[in-house]
Each structure stands twice: as C-alpha cells, then as structure tokens.
Design a protein around this ligand. Structure first.
Ligand SMILES: [Zn+2]
Length: 211
C-alpha cells in the first residue's frame, strides 16, 4: 500500500530522459539508444589508463547535469552499474583502492553532496573493492567548462588538490563524473604520484569527444 502511494506521488522516472516509467530506473528506449563510448581513449601523462562507459552527449549529458544541479543523488547507483562493468572489462587488476576527484567543501555544502564521491562509492560497492578519500580540493577555481584551451585548463587546476591520505605504494582508481580534456584528472593523478602512489588509473561515467 505504501509502495503504491509512493509510486503515485513520486512516479519512477528514467534516469536518462526523465520520463515517467512503470518501474525500475531507466526506460527501454534509453537502454537501446544510450551513447556508449566505444573508442579507445588516450591517457594523459599522469594516469596510465582510462575507461568510461558513455560519451558525454545527449541524454547522458542531461542526466549528469540533473544529478548535479537538480540533486538527483539516486542516479549514482545507476551510473555505477555501467561504470563497474566497464572497469571490470578494462581496468581489472590495475588498482586496489577506489577514490574520487572531489569538489571543494564549499561546493559540496551548497549542493548537499559530492557527486563523484557518491558515484565512486557506489562503484566500489558494486566491485566489492576498498573505497576512501585520497584528495581534498583546497582551492575553489573557476569551472573548467568556462575555459576553452588546454593550457588555460591546466593552469586553472594546478595545485588545487592536496593528498590527504597515506597512498604510498598504492594503486589507485580515481573516479570522476565526467572527463573533458583530462586536465583535472591528470592534476589529481600527479598529486597522488607525488605523495607516493605507485600508479593511478582513471574512470568516469562519461567522457567528452575531444578527450
Ligand atoms: Zn529514458
């Protein structure tokens, strides 16, 4: 009875297109039409491999924006299903600890959560791997999306992240919601390597075409 009432008041909606569905968390059409990433992705200098289930476009992009700006925390578990499958296929054996690219504490407070922390946590659960924070964002820089060229993005993220955990000798999988040029991910990987990590591999829900 409660479940029926809950469905009437808050009908389940597709995570990707936002349409009302009978049950579950995604509609049949989206499942068939999602923009999977099939291209081999180039790595950046400080992380040694990268994997992402989706391209950052269309419904996937809109869905990730809804998670962040309309506070759809429950999307994290759905993303994690796809992400964990991709990680199993492409990064198995490459890491022993899962961590994430954090937003600043100020932004996490405003939003009420850190989207990458939620996604990485759910992914670690799905993969049954240890999960911990390794980085803190210590400087609230302008958003990377406001900067066009690669060198400006690189300068913008420089020294924004500090390692806050003992990572000596660790092989780390760093998860972010999206990877655009890879400048942020590379800076985070650099910080972890400087702190003594043995290797850093990367994964995101979606990856931009220009990566
Ligand atoms: Zn849909």
């Amino acid at each position: 009875m409660l479940e029926v009432l809950k469905n009437l008041l808050f009908p389940p909606k597709c995570v990707w297109c936002g349409e009302i569905i009978d049950d579950g968390d995604e509609c049949r059409r989206c499942r068939a039409e999602l923009t999977f990433n099939t291209a081999k992705i180039a790595t950046k200098e400080f992380y040694s491999a990268v994997a992402a289930p989706f391209r950052y476009e269309g419904r996937v992009r809109e869905s990730i924006l809804r998670m962040k700006f309309r506070r759809k925390q429950t999307y994290a578990a759905v993303y994690a299903r796809y992400l964990s499958d991709t990680i199993k296929e492409e990064l198995a054996g490459r890491y022993e600890l899962i961590s994430f690219v954090p937003v600043s504490e100020k932004r996490a407070r405003e939003r009420g959560f850190d989207q990458s922390e939620l996604i990485a946590g759910e992914t670690a659960k799905a993969l049954n791997m240890p999960f911990d924070r390794t980085l803190r964002k210590v400087r609230d820089n302008p958003k990377q999306s406001t900067l066009r060229d690669e060198s400006a993005r690189r300068a913008n993220v420089s020294n924004c992240y500090k390692c806050v955990r003992d990572v000596r000798g660790a092989k780390i999988l760093l998860i972010d919601d999206i990877i655009t040029t890879g400048a942020t991910m590379s800076e985070c990987a650099r910080e972890l390597l400087m702190a003594g990590a043995e290797d850093v591999v990367a994964a995101s829900v979606a990856i931009a075409k220009k990566h």
